[in-house]
Structures are given as C-alpha cells and as structure tokens.
Design a protein around this ligand. Structure first.
Ligand SMILES: CC(C)(COP(=O)(O)OP(=O)(O)OC[C@H]1O[C@@H](n2cnc3c(N)ncnc32)[C@H](O)[C@@H]1OP(=O)(O)O)[C@@H](O)C(=O)NCCC(=O)NCCS
Length: 186
C-alpha cells in the first residue's frame, strides 16, 4: 500500500494554480513517457501514447511547471460517455492539488461537450487515487477480481454522473477546446 504523502500545504513549491494547463501532442511524448515511468509499475511506452495520439483514440492534457510536465490525465470519450484512462502527478509534486485540478478540468471539458457519465478503473490498493475519485463523487459500481496481471490486484470500477451542459451563452458553454469534438471517439 502506498505510503501516505505529506499534505501539499506543508510542502514548499508552487501551488496548483501556478501550473499551465495544456493539451499534449506528439512533441510532448518524451516528457509524458518519463512521467509515466516514474508513476506506474506497468507504464505505457512511447508506442502506446503515439498510436493513441496519432489515431485520436484518446486525449491527453497536462499541467506544466518550472520543471516541465508535472502531471497528465488521459481520457477517451464516445458520445455521452467518457473514461479516465490514467492520471499521474510527479511524485515530488503530489498533495498540492494538481491531481484534483487536472481531473476537474478533464471532467469539465467533457461535461461541456455533453458527456453525461464518467467511468474509470483503479487498483483496489491505490489509496491516493481512490480518495481523489471519491472526493469528486465517483461511486464504486463493480470489481474485476485479479485484473492487474503484475500483482493480481483487483480493479475497482467507478462511475460519476456529470452535470448537463450549461445553457447557451452561460458559463462552461464555450464548447470543447480546439481539436476536440463529440462526434464519436475522441
Ligand atoms: C492519485 C494522484 C494522481 C493524486 O494526485 P495529487 O496531485 O497528489 O492529488 P491532490 O493533491 O490533488 O489531492 C486531491 C485529493 O485526493 C486525495 N488524496 C490524494 N493523495 C492522497 C494520499 N496520498 N492519501 C490520501 N488521500 C489522498 C485527497 O482527498 C486529496 O484532497 P486533500 O489534499 O484536500 O485531502 C497521485 O497520487 C499519483 O500520481 N499517483 C500515482 C499514479 C496513479 O496511481 N494514478 C491513478 C491511476 S488510476
């Protein structure tokens, strides 16, 4: 089980709001792969990210700080459903709100496109991620026993209903960022 990390407000360094939010593309692959390797026991490699980005199979957004890419979230969406594929924050920058900011932005983008349900799966022992998702209101809706092949850990399936898009002209009604639409796969 991961060690509890110190609260961000006790750690020196920039606050979550000081990081720049941006959509990631092929130019960001080296930073993305390096971050992935630091955060996961079964990391995606450059090939997986490249195929997904080139084929527009999924979207990746990130937060950039003074040291480069600090965090990323990947998701795909089809019509009114989206799935969070991954979210990761550089170990030394955790517990200062970056994960929550990124997840909130991804869900907000999707809600603005008319996505109504967000889904994800997470290792049953991933205490920080489970706490993050619970804070956003994700509910446990299922379990896949022994799903993760490296440890045999179960996958917890979670789901969250998203609010309906804002009224035309209202806040959040601006629509998706350039390059994102809701005509089908992301
Ligand atoms: C999960 C992860 C993305 C959280 O990122 P983060 O920037 O540290 O999270 P935040 O600082 O935004 O925390 C938001 C909330 O999540 C929960 N949380 C985050 N880390 C936690 C921890 N170590 N222990 C308990 N709760 C935690 C808390 O509710 C927290 O709110 P609080 O700080 O007000 O208590 C980060 O731990 C990470 O990158 N883990 C490795 C990759 C991973 O497992 N990703 C999930 C794949 S499904």
């Amino acid at each position: 089980m991961p060690e509890p990390e110190p609260r961000g407000d006790a750690a020196p360094g920039p606050a979550a709001g000081e990081f720049r939010f941006a959509r990631l593309g092929l130019d960001d692959l080296p930073g993305l792969v390096a971050l992935e390797r630091r955060c996961f026991s079964m990391p995606w490699g450059e090939r997986e990210f490249r195929l997904g980005l080139e084929g527009r199979v999924f979207n990746v957004f990130g937060l950039f700080g003074p040291g480069g890419l600090a965090a990323y979230v990947s998701f795909h969406h089809v019509v009114d459903e989206m799935e969070i594929l991954n979210i990761a924050v550089r170990p030394e920058l955790r517990r200062r709100g970056l994960g929550a900011r990124l997840l909130g932005l991804a869900l907000g983008i999707c809600a603005g496109m008319g996505v109504r349900v967000a889904r994800l799966e997470v290792r049953a022992g991933n205490v920080p991620a489970l706490a993050l998702y619970a804070r956003f209101g994700f509910a446990r809706v299922g379990l896949r026993r022994g799903y993760y092949t490296d440890t045999g850990e179960d996958a917890v399936l979670m789901s969250l209903d998203l609010p309906a898009p804002a009224a035309p002209g209202g806040p959040g009604a601006a629509g998706p960022p350039p390059g994102l639409d809701n005509s089908g796969a992301a």
